[in-house]
Design a protein around this ligand. Structure first.
Ligand code: PRP
Ligand code: URA
Length: 209
């Protein structure tokens, strides 16, 4: 069963407001994206499985919980998803990192794949898919399609701002994944940009206006 979780923490809300501000420059924008990703990730990983192992402290040996199974994989959707990777790796420093390259056609808004490199045993890992923006949902659906084709079953899509239209499309196409959202905005405009949104996330992260 899919879940949609909206991160309600005041720190996340505050930082998203700063991101939206057109006067926030590239350096601060990058820092904020990374910080928000870390805060969202903390919440999103509440259900990570644990196993008990024997730990010997200076006082006594006892069974204690550690993360179970293969290390998670973080697979950002290029380019903008890259901006979230550092924050997630602060919490999961041993995670494997893959990349899926997709760009949205400016006229049709359809996603086009241009790169895909995934860690080994991807089908046995929790896959965290970060992308700051979920607009029409086309890119997210294509990315999840791609990793499901590799056999992945445990998938968490993480975005900072979502349009209601994109959330609906993603949930209907992939009802079995977890979706973690920082904020759900009003709507898409005629150019399929999120309103009020923050503009083009990739351009603002990389300074490519
Ligand atoms: C942006 C964003 C998402 C996509 C969302 O990427 O980072 O990947 O658009 O739009 P959608 O939900 O309508 O598919 P973009 O294609 O602009 O590429 P970029 O990250 O390289 O700038
Ligand atoms: N991609 C972005 O970067 N911003 C939007 O508002 C929509 C798609």
């Amino acid at each position: 069963m899919s879940t949609i979780t909206v991160s309600n923490h005041p720190l996340i809300k505050h930082k998203i407001s700063l991101l939206r501000d057109e006067n926030t420059g590239t350096k601060d924008f990058r820092t904020l994206v990374s910080e928000i990703a870390m805060l969202m990730c903390y919440d999103a990983l509440r259900d990570l499985p644990l196993e008990l192992v024997s730990i010997k402290s200076p006082v006594a040996e006892s069974m204690q919980p550690v993360l179970a199974g293969r290390k998670p994989a973080v697979v950002p959707i290029l380019r903008a998803g890259l901006g979230m990777v550092g924050g997630i790796l602060e919490l999961l420093p041993s995670a494997k990192v893959g990349h899926i390259g997709l760009y949205r056609d400016e006229v049709t808004h359809e996603p086009h794949e241009y790169f895909c490199k995934l860690p080994d045993h991807i089908d046995e890992r929790l896959v965290i898919l970060p992308d700051p923006m979920l607009a029409t949902g086309g890119s997210a659906v294509a990315a999840v399609d791609l990793i499901k084709k590799k056999g992945c079953k445990n998938i968490k899509f993480m975005c900072i701002i979502a349009a209601p239209e994109g959330l609906k499309v993603l949930k209907e196409a992939h009802p079995d994944i977890d979706i973690i959202v920082g904020c759900v905005d009003e709507r898409l405009n005629e150019r399929a940009y999120i309103v009020p949104g923050l503009g083009d996330a990739g351009d603002r992260i990389f300074g490519t206006l």
